[in-house]
Write a protein that binds this ligand. Structure first.
Ligand code: ZN
Length: 339
């Protein structure tokens, strides 16, 4: 038996979220180069500020500004950074208790080896060159140079805590600088993973490489599944009986896509439809093209349009799309069990 197939898959989208008044205040502060924390009812000073008090559950309303300098309370070395992390070279993640805060915050620490990190070391914020109201406005923490170069009152662990300042007013913007409270942020979300096809799916994908669509039949209920499922979802028995299916079928349900979205390959409007291949008991999703979107309907007979053979791989994309065959529509009774 040949080996199963696998393929890398990336799922990504830009997540737009509203941040609310408390995080908005924190992010607006970052854009202005200020670190806004909140004082909670039990006397702690927390950054980023929590939206609600952890003890009273009331809305947070006591804001203070803390210092960009602080002490590492804990850290973890990242020898092999992955995509999306703050650095593409080894670095540390550190919990840093900023002067004025009583709870440490997490961020990257830019040092070149774990030998350069220790609990209790003095670090400071390195601001990003351009700030827009995101946590990445803090590029990272960096070690504070020797004591001679450090400002007053900073003498390492155990030093005196500075007085807390009330949060400064925000009208300090320079000409051309973005102003106004940060109310929404866009967070790109991306997941990379390796998809491992089952032996039955691998046979399906290898069939596509030869221009064949292979399903499997349940020995108990005789339903034909494409792509094959390994086991019948109704009876739970293994499906071993291979069936080659027609590349013609019937549109069962469909939607007209009118909205643009990230990664879209076709300009809207276009139709995404469930096509029940002749001989199959389960429909699969594909595109219906070569026909105006408003003419696509339930029961419409369609056929696969294959890409040129030299572009084929072990993928369903060997089928470019489906198009109408011109045959009379299928009778509703022939597909009503498959909606
Ligand atoms: Zn079955």
């Amino acid at each position: 038996m040949s080996r199963t197939l696998q393929a890398p898959v990336t799922v990504s989208f830009d997540y737009t979220r509203s941040v609310g008044p408390v995080l908005g205040r924190f992010l607006t502060g970052l854009r202005e180069g200020r670190l806004v924390a909140a004082r909670t009812s039990d006397g702690r000073v927390v950054i980023p500020p929590p939206e609600f008090d952890p003890v009273t559950h009331l809305e947070t309303d006591d804001f203070v500004e803390v210092s960009p300098t602080g002490v590492v309370t804990s850290w973890s070395w990242v020898p092999e950074p992955v995509a999306g992390q703050p650095f593409d070279r080894p670095f540390a993640f550190a919990l840093v208790e900023l002067d004025g805060a009583t709870v440490p915050m997490l961020h990257a620490l830019d040092v070149s080896s774990p030998d350069e990190v220790s609990t209790g070391m003095l670090v400071q914020v390195r601001w990003a060159e351009e700030r827009s109201g995101l946590i990445t406005d803090i590029a990272c923490f960096e070690p504070v140079a020797g004591p001679d170069e450090v400002g007053d009152g900073v003498s390492g662990p155990g030093r005196a805590r500075p007085e807390l300042r009330d949060e400064a007013p925000t009208e300090q913007s320079r000409p051309g600088e973005a102003t106004g409270e940060i109310t929404t942020i866009i967070t790109p979300v991306s997941l990379d993973y390796l998809y491992a096809a089952s032996p039955e799916e691998s046979a399906f994908y290898r069939g596509l490489l030869e221009g064949r669509i292979l399903g499997q039949r349940c020995p108990t209920c005789h339903k034909v599944y494409v792509p094959p499922r390994s086991a019948c979802p109704v009876d739970g028995v293994a499906t071993t009986d291979e069936v080659e299916l027609s590349d013609k079928g019937t549109v069962t349900t469909f939607c007209i896509v009118n909205v643009p979205f990230l990664g879209q390959k076709i300009t809207p409007p276009y139709v995404s439809a469930y096509v029940l291949l002749d001989g199959a008991d389960i429909a699969f999703l594909h595109l219906i093209l070569d026909v105006p979107a408003e003419e696509v309907r339930m029961g419409m007979r369609v056929e696969a349009v294959w890409k040129p053979r030299d572009e084929w791989g072990t993928t369903i994309e060997n089928i470019s799309h489906f198009r109408p065959t011109g045959e009379p529509d299928a009778d509703y009774d022939t597909y009503k069990q498959h909606l």
